[in-house]
Ligand binder design. Structure first.
Ligand code: MN
Length: 356
């Protein structure tokens, strides 16, 4: 297991790399060129500069999260080949710098959605929260201003203002795309990209939908075990893998996460491990990582990873804002560092045979 921490890069993330380096057991960061738009080709100099900066702090780049997929690829527009070509160039340049893992998603319009970015808990911490009834009452454009307005001045991943300004156009663009269409467009993309990944020694890891059901009438194709198995079988290669995000998949109580992990054995290229607390259908809060703080059994999740021989990159996921920190919502230092300490503890116990 290679423990990482998501870091958005200088100028976007206020957590110094030197602080991240002090988290016990940390190996590297999961990062990106945050100013790049979906469809852009990444320049080798920019990748090199990022790698050098991370390296100066004794850390590695464990994964890129994300190289975003252009909407033309998701929609299957005639101009998609040019964006796929750019994606292939970026893959080649990342591989050249020994970066071997890309996390991406294939969600239409929104990467992730919440109804509240700072719900106050009884312990005074704030967390992300989701309530389908509230989401059903807002229109998507309103949703964006709500998210943007409560982001503590940070740019939220997946909610780029430039894209959101075109939200009506985006919805129109996705109008003809149903679930099968989206599956077909993903397959077209994977068939172009995976052979190049194999050649270059880089792995892809699709991120599940968050929450794990359709929102705003848009199709979703990475929400269940059956969906994920269908995706890995589109191109049967270790380079075509999954990011098991326990919080995203776990938003739906019907998803048995340890069972999903076991069925994806060998094809989990990346793991985001966090907990959620269910409050009824379509309603959940994010929680501290600890099992007893939420509805997921984190020991069973880590055990499934351990027993299936997982040796990939893992990171804690969204944390609560605690101890007065006003960080990027979900991405503060303190609670995610606590999450890492806990996940390391579970892993050590597993590796020493406790609980067998
Ligand atoms: Mn995730």
């Amino acid at each position: 297991m290679h423990m990482g921490f998501r870091w958005f890069g200088t100028g976007f993330d206020k957590i110094p790399l030197g602080y991240i380096r002090q988290i016990p057991g940390i190996e590297g960061v999961v990062t990106t060129l945050y100013d790049k738009q979906a469809g852009d080709t990444w320049e080798p100099e920019r990748i090199q500069t990022l790698k050098d900066e991370v390296g100066r702090h004794g850390l590695k780049i464990l994964a890129i999260e994300s190289v975003n997929i252009h909407d033309s690829i998701k929609v299957g527009s005639p101009d998609r080949d040019q964006y796929i070509d750019n994606y292939l160039k970026t893959i080649a340049m990342l591989a050249e710098q020994d970066i071997g893992l890309i996390c991406y998603n294939f969600m239409p319009v929104f990467d992730w959605t919440r109804s509240d970015l700072a719900k106050v808990r009884s312990d005074g911490a704030t967390v992300f929260s989701y309530d389908q009834e509230l989401i059903d009452q807002v229109d998507p454009a309103e949703m964006f201003s709500k998210m943007d307005g409560s982001a503590n001045g940070y740019l939220l991943p997946g909610w780029e203002p430039a894209r959101m300004a075109r939200i009506k156009d985006l919805f129109a663009m996705y109008e003809p795309v149903d679930q099968e269409g989206l599956f077909n467009n993903l397959e077209y993309f994977l068939k172009a990209v995976i052979p190049v990944c194999e050649e270059k020694g880089l792995k892809m890891a699709i991120h599940p939908d968050d929450p794990a059901w359709p929102v705003f009438g848009l199709p979703r194709i990475a929400s269940t075990k059956a969906n994920l198995l269908r995706i890995i079988n589109m191109v049967d290669s270790p380079a075509n893998g999954v990011t098991v995000c326990t919080g995203s998949l776990g938003s739906n109580p019907e998803n048995d996460i340890p069972g999903i992990i076991r069925s994806l054995k060998g094809r989990i290229n990346f793991a985001h491990v966090r907990n959620v607390k269910h409050h009824g259908p379509g309603k959940f809060d994010e929680a501290a990582h600890l099992s007893t703080d939420g509805s997921l059994d984190m020991f069973e999740i880590m055990k499934a990873l351990y027993e299936t021989g997982f040796n990939g990159v893992v990171r804690p996921d969204h944390g609560r804002d605690i101890w007065g920190e006003k960080g990027m919502p979900g991405y503060g230092l303190y609670d995610r560092a606590l999450g890492i300490a806990y996940l390391n503890g579970l892993w050590e116990a597993l590796s020493k045979g406790v609980g067998k």
